[in-house]
Structures are given as C-alpha cells and as structure tokens.
Write a protein that binds this ligand. Structure first.
Ligand code: HMG
Ligand code: MG
Length: 287
C-alpha cells in the first residue's frame, strides 16, 4: 500500500516579497499579469502586495491598484502585508481575504524594518487587530529573523517562541517562521521549531525560507519532519528584504514544488504554469 502524505500548501509570496526589493520599477500591468497567471496554477494563497511607507518600499506603492486590477478567482486567498493602522485602512479598501502582520524576533531588525521596538510593533498591531476581526478579514502572522539577525547574529530560539505566542494572541490563523537572511542551518531551524512548539501546535505554523546559503530545501526538510505543511515561496526565486542587508531571494516556488512532490506530497499546483510564471517574473526584472 502506498503511503499517503498530508498535502503541502504553498503560499506564493512572489508578488510581494519577491518584487519588493527590485530596484527597477515594475509596471502595474506586469504585476497584474503575473498574479493572474499564478491564479490559474492551483495556488490557494497569493500575497499580492503591501501597504507600507512608499518612501521605504517604492516598489509596493501601487499595491492598491494591483488589487483593483487583478482577476480574483474564487477559492484563492489574496492577502496584503500590513504594518500599522494606516496600512490596515488602505488594505481594507481593497477587500483582501487576509492581511499579514509582521514582527521580528530581534530588536535591531525590528528597528530597521519597522522603526519600532518589538513591543512597539505589538502596540501598533493591537490598534487594528480587532478591526480585522470585525471586518471579517483573516490575519496571518510573520516572525522575521527566526535564526539569525543581520545586525545581532544568532537569535535565541526562546525569543522566537515569545513572538509566536504574541501572534497567537492576535488570533493569527497561521504563523510563518521567517529565515529572513537565509542563514539558518538545519540544526538551528530544528531547535527553533522545537521551542516554538512549546507555544503553538504545528498546524498553525508555516516556513518562510530565503535561500542565501542554498540551505532552504534542507530547512524545509527539517520542517516537514517536524510536521509543518505550509511553505512560503516566490516564483523564480525573486526577493529579499530591503532592510536586511544580504537577504537574497525567497526559495523558488518551482524548486519547492519539485522537492515536495518528489517526496510524495500533493500540492494541487501545476508545475508548467509555475514555470511560465517564474519566467515571467524573471523577465520583469530586466531593465
Ligand atoms: P515610521 O516612520 O515609524 O511611521 O514607519 P510614521 O507613522 O512616523 O510615518 C512616517 C511616514 O510614513 C509618514 O509619511 C506616514 O504617512 C507614512 P510622511 O509624513 O513622511 O510623508 N506611513 C505610511 N505610508 C503608507 N502606508 C503606511 C504608512 N504608515 C506610515 N502603512 C512604518 C513605520 C511601519 C510605516 C515603516 O517602518 C514601514 O513602512 N516599514 C515597512 C518596511 C517593509 O515593508 N519591509 C519589508 C517587508 S517585511 C519582510 O520582507 C519580511 C518578511 O518577508 C518575513 C521574513 O522574510 O522574515 C515578511
Ligand atoms: Mg521574506
């Protein structure tokens, strides 16, 4: 008898995390074309853009327009990254299916990314989290720097667990563990997940691996062994955080699909369409 594994869910973050760091301004139509193509691939969650200070992340300044122009397919959750009440109010006008809130497990990265301490970032989130509930908008959470910080080096796993517990208090349906720098070793990732599991059950966790050291697939393997079944990826392996020096692309969707499908996990995602989308995403970057 064949062993049947639980399915793996891929959360496509390419249109946001993949594109946010691109120096060349990518045209609105190209972003819309990419998301519309991704929407035909079987993906069930797509992060469309972010509502952050456009002086800090100019590439995401047109996220409202992107939302208004994409063709939204039933059964797909289209989400937006939101840092504060201002961002929530902008996002709400686009009727996202979900918003993603984001915090850091390291103080220095929190300051660089959000101009706030970790506690201040929680305060900001508490200003709009009840509105999301009232407005029936689901909330996903990110923790950045779950193993390493670009400014502080290794991050204690217990710090990550504390932030995860707080995101759970904020009613996040899913909490994505971000190896922002892509420096986490499989051992460090395993230890971090072990600590986090003291606070939440594995069903609410997702892995978000950038691929600096080429260790993302090994870290996904460790996460799979721990029971995590949701991974954030970006078509074409685009991406990086503008406020994490040295942060490279997210692990590529096509790479993760091949890897998990090869291990026998179903994803419901069509590889051919993802390959087309990866080409489209890579071509968009050329000046
Ligand atoms: P601040 O400077 O403390 O905010 O920034 P402020 O309230 O003092 O406002 C400063 C200016 O920003 C004002 O404009 C506000 O109107 C404007 P000005 O008067 O200078 O013209 N502003 C906004 N504009 C648009 N949308 C908003 C907004 N809020 C204020 N929502 C703030 C605080 C959070 C806004 C800023 O630090 C920021 O935008 N940070 C976001 C940075 C970011 O997007 N980083 C990348 C995404 S996170 C990531 O990639 C990691 C992740 O992938 C996981 C992982 O890999 O680890 C998620
Ligand atoms: Mg990221």
């Amino acid at each position: 008898m064949d062993i049947v594994f639980d399915p793996v869910t891929i959360v496509e973050v390419g249109p946001r995390d993949g594109l946010q760091n691109e120096p060349k301004t990518i045209k609105l139509d190209e972003k819309v074309r990419l998301i519309n193509l991704l929407s035909t691939s079987g993906l069930k969650q797509i992060e469309v853009g972010s509502f952050v200070n456009p002086k800090m992340v100019p590439q995401m300044a047109d996220s409202g327009l992107v939302f208004s122009k994409i063709t939204r397919r039933p059964g797909i959750s289209y989400s937006a990254l939101v840092p504060n009440l201002n961002g929530y109010e902008q996002a709400k006008k686009c009727s996202p299916d979900a918003i993603a809130i984001f915090c850091s497990a390291s103080e220095s990265f929190s300051k660089a990314n959000l101009n706030a301490s970790i506690d201040e970032s929680f305060m900001r989130i508490s200003q709009f989290i009840s509105l999301a509930k009232k407005d029936d908008i689901l909330v996903r959470g990110y923790v950045s720097c779950v193993t390493d910080c670009p400014f502080e080096g290794p991050v204690p796993a217990s710090n990550v667990a504390k932030v995860v517990a707080k995101l759970r208090e904020f009613n996040c349906y899913e909490i994505s563990l971000g190896d922002t720098l892509g420096k986490g070793s499989p051992g460090a990732v395993d230890k971090m997940i072990d600590n986090v599991l003291n606070e939440v059950s594995v069903e609410v966790l997702a892995g978000h691996f950038h691929d600096t050291s080429g260790l993302a697939l090994e870290n996904i393997q460790v996460s799979l062994e721990r029971g995590i079944r949701v991974f954030d990826t970006a078509v074409g392996g685009l991406g990086g955080c503008p406020f994490a020096p040295g942060a490279p692309g997210n692990v590529a969707t096509e790479l993760v699909l091949k890897y998990v499908q090869g291990k026998g996990f179903k994803t419901g995602v069509n590889m051919e369409i993802i390959m087309q989308a990866a080409k489209l995403a890579r071509d968009m970057r050329h000046v």
